[in-house]
Design a protein around this ligand. Structure first.
Ligand code: RIB
Length: 298
């Protein structure tokens, strides 16, 4: 079984500020750091650092060396990555003194995924292989349709949420990994428990991984429902916490681990990411996560 992540790669411009700028305000930042990021790239790195063999597909621009370097160094397979002579996608990220962030994106190369290119990539995958998608590239509904025809196991992280998500047929998905904000946008329910019931009733075969920020997470697949608390840490930068969780979660389910173990490992990996600056660079290696978990159990 192979794992393909078809997703974005961004150059993250991270500004450290006292507070997130409000409309009409000008604020001086304390620092600028440039990190590799993008939900696609972060999740591929999390999968690789969790120990999975992952193929990353997507389009990068001429300024993408910082991105391809970290992907290769982390062991991600770039055989299907396409490079164009255009500007790479980037993110402008404000991080306040409590580690909270606010992000806007310039899509650039991430919006240049053609149907022809998608067909070429998918030719290399077959029934039972895992396909992971987020919502930072164009043409995700086409990718889902074509992968479904091949009976791939499709996992969607509908992040960031926008109207493009409504074009995706959720009946074609095996798993959805979402946070409470995305759940509310999809279901119209502000209470996470109600969102969960709504998705379960509408798509009974869909396995749901709902993350709840400080309140932990809930996994539900119709038969099993498991809750996991967060591991408390000193939050430095929450960027990529969700991406880290997603990568570790997929590695766990791909290996057929029991769901309680998967949730514990993913939550610990995510907690470690929150305690560090940056997106991709903050994703921990598996040994570190296992060590931190055994220290907790002592
Ligand atoms: O999930 C975090 C990511 O969101 C950042 O790395 C940034 O690029 C944005 O896409």
């Amino acid at each position: 079984m192979k794992i393909l992540n078809f997703g974005s790669c961004n150059i993250d411009y991270v500004y450290s500020l006292d507070h997130i700028v409000v409309p009409g305000e000008t604020e001086m930042s304390d620092a600028l750091n440039i990190f590799p990021g993008g939900k696609g790239l972060n999740q591929s790195i999390a999968l690789a650092r969790a120990g999975a063999k992952v193929y990353h597909a997507g389009v990068v621009g001429s300024d993408s060396k910082i991105l391809t370097d970290i992907l290769s160094e982390s062991g991600v397979d770039l055989s299907y990555l396409k490079k164009l002579d255009v500007k790479n996608g980037h993110a402008i990220i404000q991080v306040n003194k409590d580690g909270e962030n606010s992000i806007f994106l310039y899509p650039g190369s991430n919006n240049m995924i053609s149907e022809e290119y998608i067909d070429c990539v998918l030719e290399n995958f077959r029934e039972g292989d895992i396909l992971l998608l987020q919502n930072e590239i164009n043409n995700i509904s086409y990718i889902v349709r074509e992968a479904y025809k091949k009976n791939m196991c499709i996992i969607l992280n509908p992040s960031p949420f926008n109207e493009k998500i409504s074009e995706v047929d959720f009946n074609h998905l095996s798993y959805i990994i979402l946070n409470e904000v995305e759940a509310e946008a999809i279901t119209g329910k502000s209470c996470p428990k109600e969102s969960l019931s709504f998705i379960k009733n509408k798509y009974p075969k869909l396995k749901i991984m709902l993350t709840l920020g400080k309140n932990g997470c809930i996994y539900s697949d119709g038969e099993t429902e498991v809750h996991q608390d967060i591991f408390r840490v000193n939050a430095v930068d929450t960027t990529a916490a969700g991406d880290t969780f997603t990568g570790y979660f997929i590695k766990g389910i791909a290996d057929g681990e029991d769901i309680k173990t998967v949730l514990e490992t993913s939550s610990m990996a995510s907690a470690i990411a929150v305690s560090r600056k940056g997106a991709a660079p903050s994703v921990p290696e598996r040994e570190e996560v296992i060590k931190a978990l055994s220290a907790k159990q002592k």
